[in-house]
Each structure stands twice: as C-alpha cells, then as structure tokens.
Design a protein around this ligand. Structure first.
Ligand SMILES: NC(=O)c1ccc[n+]([C@@H]2O[C@H](COP(=O)([O-])OP(=O)(O)OC[C@H]3O[C@@H](n4cnc5c(N)ncnc54)[C@H](OP(=O)(O)O)[C@@H]3O)[C@@H](O)[C@H]2O)c1
Length: 261
C-alpha cells in the first residue's frame, strides 16, 4: 500500500522533527514546515493527507484556526500538544477533516520506543485514527487510548504537579539565597539529580513547562492539593518531632505503593 503524505507544521525541530523522521523512515512523503521554510503551513494543509500541528503550546490555537478550515473531510488534522482538551475541541470546531489528538509521553531525544507510550484521543473519524495507531504500534510504542478530558486529568498529576514541584524547588533554593554553584561542593547524589532537573526545566524550555501547568484545565485543583499538602507538612513538623511526619509518609506509602487489587 502507498504510504500517505504527511505535512508537519513545526516539523523543523523538537517533536515535529521526531515524527517527521519516524514517518520518513516508514516511506511517507513528509512535508515539514517552520516559520522560515519555503513551504508554508497552508501549503502543507492543501497538499497532504495528514496534517500535524507540532508548534509550541502558545502558538497551537492560532495555527489550528489558520489551517483547520483549509482541510477537506478526506484529510486528517492531528496535534502533538501536551494538553488535549482545548486543541482537540478547536480542531473539531475549525475543520471538517478527521481529527486525531496525540501526545507522545516523552521528549524528542527519547530512544527505544519499547519503553515509551503515546496517548491518542479520538476526535472525528476512524480511518486516520486507525492508521496513526498502527504507525505508532508498528514502530514499537505503546498506544494509550484516552478521551481528551481523561488525558488532561492524568497529566495534571504526571506533568503539571510534577513540574510545579520542580519549579517550586528551584524557586525555593533561589529564594533561600543560594546559587547552584555555591551548593555544588555540598551536593548529595539526590540533590545533584534534582538540581539537574531544575536546570533542565528552568533553562531548556521554560515556556513549555509554564504552559503545561497554566494550560491544564485542572490546574486549580493541582495547586489546591499542593498548597494543602505543604500546610499539613508544616503542621506535622511544627513541634520539632519527626514522628508525625513519618506516620503520614507511611500512610501515604500504603496508598502510593499498594499492590494492584
Ligand atoms: N518537547 C517535549 O518534550 C514535548 C513532548 C511531547 C509533546 N510536546 C508538544 O509538542 C509541541 C511542540 O513542542 P516542541 O518542544 O517540539 O517545540 P520546539 O522544539 O520549540 O519546536 C517547535 C516547532 O514549531 C515551530 N514554531 C515555533 N514557534 C512557532 C510559531 N509561533 N508558529 C509556527 N511555528 C512555530 C518551530 O519551527 P521554526 O523555529 O523553524 O519556525 C519548530 O519546528 C508542543 O505542543 C508540546 O506541548 C513536546
């Protein structure tokens, strides 16, 4: 069977480039666009069977609104955004095309597909959804089929809460008056690992992490849980005795690491 043509808007870098390489290796004709390429997003939308939006979160709505109406019902519109509710709803409302929501749960440098998963959300139509699912599974990835709301609810913990925790650590270290260089001679292996993560989040792509937190529809619940936990922790160690905190951690461990029922 002839492989379809795929246009990747934001395919010059990051996750768009990852997908371009995967599909090119499969034999698809891939048209990659960026802000400076000769081919434009509109060219890709008019000429490719499948059109993928892989631009930064802040630019995603504008790109979907621009290309969505240019597609026909025989084509597919897909995104790679780390959030799913808003982009999938926008793809559905702005385009007559089939719609697939996609979130690879790894970064562009990840190797070994067998260790990684990709979330797919049904938007509209089965043909291109089934093709994308087969592409990822044949490449060795695990595909998790979720609704956009289910995805964003889980990512509120896996990404928003987790990145919030990393950002809070970095901000708290800075607010305590220390730089990483000052602390380096004293750093334990655990502190080194955590500060490497802080450095990655703060310096490599801070807008990605900021938008993953700010754009999650469940962000208020995430902050409420986090603030409550911090308040509780402060009360538990208030008397200067670690016993209450130890008991609270043991109770949480029962929930966190209990064997599957
Ligand atoms: N990075 C990750 O770990 C990761 C993982 C899963 C999902 N995602 C999602 O993947 C999407 C892209 O993220 P990324 O990290 O791959 O971004 P990225 O590395 O910054 O790449 C963004 C791409 O979009 C283009 N671009 C940048 N700004 C643009 C704009 N204003 N309008 C149109 N095109 C623009 C860039 O091309 P030019 O610079 O050539 O114009 C580049 O090809 C986001 O929705 C993100 O949530 C990221």
């Amino acid at each position: 069977m002839t492989e379809p043509s795929v246009g990747i808007i934001g395919g010059t870098n990051g996750m768009g480039r990852w997908l371009a390489e995967l599909l090119t290796a499969r034999g698809c004709r891939v048209c990659v666009t960026g802000r400076k390429t000769a081919a434009t997003a509109a060219d890709a939308a008019r000429s490719c069977d499948v059109v993928v939006v892989a631009v930064p979160i802040a630019a995603t709505s504008g790109v979907i609104a621009h290309v969505g109406p240019l597609l026909q019902s025989s084509q597919a519109l897909m995104d790679l955004t780390s959030l799913k509710e808003e982009p999938v709803a926008l793809m559905l409302s702005s385009s007559p095309a089939e719609v697939v929501g996609c979130h690879p749960l790894f970064g562009p440098q990840a190797a070994d597909p067998a260790r990684h998963s990709i979330v797919l959300c049904r938007g509209r139509g089965e043909t291109w959804y089934a093709w994308m699912k087969a592409v990822f599974e044949q490449a060795g990835y695990t595909v998790l089929e979720k609704t956009p709301a289910e995805h964003d609810r889980v990512m509120a913990v896996v990404q928003a809460l987790s990145h919030l925790n990393t950002i809070a650590l970095g901000m708290a270290v800075a607010a305590a008056g220390f730089s990483a260089i000052q602390l380096e001679p004293f750093a334990t292996p655990v502190f080194k690992t955590k500060m490497e993560l802080v450095k990655k989040v703060f310096t490599e792509s801070p807008e990605l992490y900021a938008d993953i937190i700010a754009g999650n529809p469940n962000r208020r619940e995430v902050f409420a849980v986090y603030e409550n936990v911090l308040r509780t922790l402060s009360e538990l160690v208030g008397s200067g005795d670690g016993k209450k905190l130890k008991h609270a951690m043991e109770a949480a461990a029962d929930k966190l690491f209990a064997p599957k029922p």
